[in-house]
Design a protein around this ligand. Sequence first.
Ligand SMILES: *[C@@H]1O[C@H](CO)[C@@H](O)[C@H](O)[C@H]1NC(C)=O
Ligand SMILES: *[C@@H]1O[C@H](CO)[C@@H](O)[C@H](O)[C@H]1NC(C)=O
Ligand SMILES: *[C@@H]1O[C@H](CO)[C@@H](O)[C@H](O)[C@H]1NC(C)=O
Ligand SMILES: *[C@@H]1O[C@H](CO)[C@@H](O)[C@H](O)[C@H]1NC(C)=O
Ligand SMILES: *[C@@H]1O[C@H](CO)[C@@H](O)[C@H](O)[C@H]1NC(C)=O
Ligand SMILES: *[C@@H]1O[C@H](CO)[C@@H](O)[C@H](O)[C@H]1NC(C)=O
Ligand SMILES: *[C@@H]1O[C@H](CO)[C@@H](O)[C@H](O)[C@H]1NC(C)=O
Ligand SMILES: *[C@@H]1O[C@H](CO)[C@@H](O)[C@H](O)[C@H]1NC(C)=O
Ligand SMILES: *[C@@H]1O[C@H](CO)[C@@H](O)[C@H](O)[C@H]1NC(C)=O
Length: 552
Amino acid sequence: MVLYLLLLVLYATRITSIQLCPLLGPSWPAPTDLPSDPAFQSALQNITTNIQDAVTAGNFSGDSLSLMIFDTSDSSSLLNLSNTGQTINTTIGVSKVDENTVFRIGSVSKIYTMLLLLIEDGFNPFNDPVSRYIPEIRAATVALLENSTKRHDGIDFLKWNEVTDFPLCSQRRFHLAVFQIHAAGSVCRRTCFVYCDLLTRLLITEFFDGLLQAHPIVPTSATPIYSNAAFQILGYVVETLAGEGFEKVLEKEIIKKLNLTHTFYNTPRTSLGVIPIPQGEFWWNFNLGDEGPAGGLYSSAKDLSILGRAILNSTLLPRSITRKWMKPLTHTSSLNYAVGAPWEILSFGNERPIDLYTVSGDFSTYSSVLALDPDHVIGFNVLAAGSNTHETVALASDIVSESLLPALDQAAKNQANGRFAGTYALTTTNSSITIDTDDGPALVVTNWINNGTDMFPSYMILYGIPDRSQFSIRLYPTGLQSPGQLSFRAVIPLQFPPGIGPFTSSCITWATIDLQVYGNIGVDEFVFDFDESGNAASLSPRALRTILPKIS
Ligand SMILES: *[C@@H]1O[C@H](CO)[C@@H](O)[C@H](O)[C@H]1NC(C)=O
Ligand SMILES: *[C@@H]1O[C@H](CO)[C@@H](O)[C@H](O)[C@H]1NC(C)=O
Ligand SMILES: *[C@@H]1O[C@H](CO)[C@@H](O)[C@H](O)[C@H]1NC(C)=O
Ligand SMILES: *[C@@H]1O[C@H](CO)[C@@H](O)[C@H](O)[C@H]1NC(C)=O
Ligand SMILES: *[C@@H]1O[C@H](CO)[C@@H](O)[C@H](O)[C@H]1NC(C)=O
Ligand SMILES: *[C@@H]1O[C@H](CO)[C@@H](O)[C@H](O)[C@H]1NC(C)=O
Ligand SMILES: *[C@@H]1O[C@H](CO)[C@@H](O)[C@H](O)[C@H]1NC(C)=O
Ligand SMILES: *[C@@H]1O[C@H](CO)[C@@H](O)[C@H](O)[C@H]1NC(C)=O
Ligand SMILES: *[C@@H]1O[C@H](CO)[C@@H](O)[C@H](O)[C@H]1NC(C)=O
């Protein structure tokens, strides 16, 4: 077989350990029909019990809470739980918290701003200097470049010519600090940036005067710093692109299209909201002015689920844009915490990271989080109102994640086993492949004979793994599909020397994909064909130009 000649020996060394080294992304196709999946059912029961226990134990400080788990298969939720806090003003607000109760969502508002930017012009603005969209910044850039004192003073003057929208949307300053600084100066009424009245114009000028005199915190693209002002500017960019006020664009492009009946840019009636005592009414009514795109919005658990579903399902964007959007832009100093635009990306799991793309917000007596899991195409949100809401939302989110994520992997594996496991064979040529699942990730090839030749011994020699029990070929879904067909790539877990650091022990399997080709086709490319019920009917190891029907 010519294949052998093409394969490289990657590691053929001493006593070593096997690392499964999956590719980034899902191990199996996303699970479907979750309400009838036993692993998922058990997780929902645990979450319900654990949340109720935490309420009883006082872990949520008597805060009001609304929580929803959702996927894209259905417009009803997978779980919705609400708790009505002990001290709320039922004269002016709701007396019972439910899925439609409106909360302030604070910085979760940033996700709407970012989504609007992507809807307006995809990633195109992200390579441009922001001065292209904002006249005040354009003027400041010119002033900076013309004045040699400013040009050479890197500590007091930000190099605005270096600022593109991309760093802006991942550059974030600590919320409370900014909030205090800007709150006094920003109690202005927003109309619009492009066609605005004189008063608004003056207030915007004031914002930019302040902003442009502010000292930079770090050089551009140095480290992510939380910034509400950045999202105020991005709100202006949305207006420049759309030629309309932010509120109008939000209404037209998101609220109307998704039918978000409980999402508001301006303060809605208190009777829709949960109003904690004592400070709730003050904060409910507090007008953030032009900082709205950074933190001013109001929404409900049900509406945030609709938004989350639309993001996961790419309802408002091309899928290629969503894939690019849901990636990190920078690390933070925590390895399990990266930053996107404006995603806060939390990584769970040991052998294989499961990334939650989250956005969270704190607005005094209100806190919230929206968390999306693109690998399993599922998400959840938590909204809280009361006295200790940041901790309440964080704890509730950990309680949900702790049970939910392992159960989703279990459900995905069980379903993949049902759909794909079995033997695929052409007895006339003595060719067969057996597929199964085990304790590890992905679909596992447990036997592979091609035209009378057992493929395993030669692969084992090539990959330097003498022990058959240590050897496996694992098939990961690539996300490529055609009607009735799904594509996978094989990863052979490598044997690693004990390793003393990342150079010796990092996973390099991502560099081995499609490395070996046979007549232009990667030897690692596998494609399943389905029958009408969605179960695998045949399997093709593409390089071998053969299709093996499923026989058992
Ligand atoms: C649910 O909780 C039980 C008891 O704590 C635990 O054994 C089980 O693994 C949990 N299941 C899930 C899916 O989290
Ligand atoms: C919840 O409250 C109980 C009782 O006060 C306490 O023992 C427990 O540690 C708390 N759990 C968390 C996660 O804060
Ligand atoms: C998500 O997209 C799929 C496929 O395009 C569609 O069948 C499904 O109805 C959508 N779900 C929602 C909630 O829009
Ligand atoms: C949430 O739960 C309530 C009652 O438990 C139910 O009436 C409602 O339909 C659920 N909402 C969604 C979106 O599933
Ligand atoms: C509820 O709000 C109303 C209107 O501000 C106020 O008059 C009333 O005292 C509040 N009730 C409580 C219990 O704080
Ligand atoms: C350049 O900027 C510095 C610092 O703001 C200012 O003091 C100086 O007057 C400016 N020079 C000119 C020529 O505008
Ligand atoms: C929008 O949602 C509301 C409340 O959920 C519902 O009554 C209404 O029929 C929906 N409208 C459309 C156009 O889907
Ligand atoms: C299969 O093996 C037989 C005998 O070893 C050989 O004659 C034939 O060419 C092989 N077929 C393919 C497709 O490699
Ligand atoms: C098919 O090939 C395998 C591996 O070479 C061999 O062990 C087996 O006996 C063959 N089966 C038949 C029916 O020829």
